[in-house]
Design a protein around this ligand. Structure first.
Ligand code: AQP
Length: 331
């Protein structure tokens, strides 16, 4: 089993990133190790420049996201953890795969539509983002890609691109499959449960950041919007606010949705919201401490990432060479 996933260096990461990203990375790292496979996790800083970002913010976010990867439990002995721009194969693969990706496919991507809507400047890089992502995954011959639901469409396109390349130039890539969490694949904004929890869109008060203090987290849950009625039941259509909170509690406590519903049968919304907030505070506390320790020594963090970049470059090169060769480049 070969695992690959990437996470953008961009501002503060959220509880949504924990649910769809970090916790799945650690779980699949363990599965890959048990299976004798390999796992690659990458801070995708080349993706960060698809929307405007200050150079200083990019630099800081790259180290910050890397520190979170280690803080949540990625382990250099078992996984290759690196920064995308330090492995030049990613940029090269994206250019080559652009030849087997169609304008029409890219134009249909929901994330492109959402992120470009109302913007004065829409970069060509934002349009090409899914091609870069396909290269990230395919270079490592990954068969499993742990991601959240918002990346489902991009993953499907990566599969299409792999299949098209294989058909046109001969078997070159493993066609990857997405691994989505059973609960919490799409954590929503606590104030606007029809929206994804994200730092770039939606009410900031409804976004739980991994760096938030316990008091801020408690306040955000206390003021979370709920739905009409009184029952604490999981029904995303009729009760998006409560259903989101139930999923968050399932992620934080490891309990099943059915057990949570049963436990809160006779409780009101107020107590429930307070308990979810407390569970998230407890969940994040040890990771926040580990994160602070890692950030106290950025030089060591950089050294760890340099080791990862070297391993990743070695792993990616044979696939990149094969791509050039199959496409007919004289080398
Ligand atoms: N709300 C979410 N619920 C579940 N999973 C989520 N993910 C992101 N938001 C949620 C998953 O986290 C992983 C890393 O995502 P990313 O690199 O796309 O990071 P981001 O913070 O979402 O990226 P942006 O583009 O900087 O911010 P936005 O999108 O908020 O504008 C992925 O597996 C993703 O599915």
């Amino acid at each position: 089993m070969r695992v690959f996933s990437g996470i953008r260096a961009s501002g503060d990461k959220t509880l949504g990133n924990y649910s769809g990203g970090f916790r799945q990375y650690v779980a699949t790292q363990d599965e890959a190790a048990a299976d004798g496979g390999e796992a690659f996790f990458c801070v995708v800083d080349l993706h960060s420049i698809t929307t405007p970002i200050e150079p200083a913010v990019l630099r800081e976010s790259t180290l910050s996201v890397a520190a979170w990867l280690f803080a949540f439990g990625l382990d250099q002995q078992r996984s290759t953890v690196f920064v995308q721009s330090q492995v030049v194969a990613h940029a090269e693969a994206a250019w080559l795969l652009g030849a087997v990706s169609s304008f029409g496919e890219l134009r249909r991507m929901t994330q492109f539509k959402e992120k470009s809507e109302g913007q004065e400047f829409v970069s060509a890089a934002l349009f090409n983002y899914p091609v870069l992502m396909a290269g990230d995954i395919l270079l490592y011959q990954a068969d499993v890609v742990p991601i959240g639901d918002d990346q489902r469409q991009h993953l499907e396109l990566s599969r299409t691109i792999a299949e098209r390349f294989n058909l046109r130039y001969g078997e070159t890539f493993v066609v990857p499959r997405g691994a989505y969490p059973r609960e919490g694949a799409r954590i929503r904004n606590l104030q606007e449960p029809d929206r994804l929890m994200s730092t770039s869109r939606g009410a900031p008060q409804g976004v739980v950041r991994l760096v938030d203090s316990p008091d801020i987290i408690r306040r955000k849950f206390k003021t979370a919007v709920t739905d009409s009625g009184r029952e604490i039941v999981h029904d995303p259509e009729a009760k998006p606010g409560i259903s989101n909170l139930i999923e968050i509690l399932a992620v934080a406590s490891g309990e099943s949705i059915a057990d949570i519903e049963a436990r809160y049968e006779d409780h009101g919304y107020g107590q429930f919201k307070q308990d979810v907030g407390e569970a998230v505070v407890e969940l994040l506390a040890p990771y926040q401490q580990r994160y602070a320790e890692l950030r106290a020594d950025d030089a060591e963090l950089r050294r760890m990432l340099a080791v990862g970049a070297q391993k990743a470059a070695t792993a990616a090169q044979p696939t990149l060479d094969r791509m050039y060769e199959r496409m007919g480049f004289a080398r």
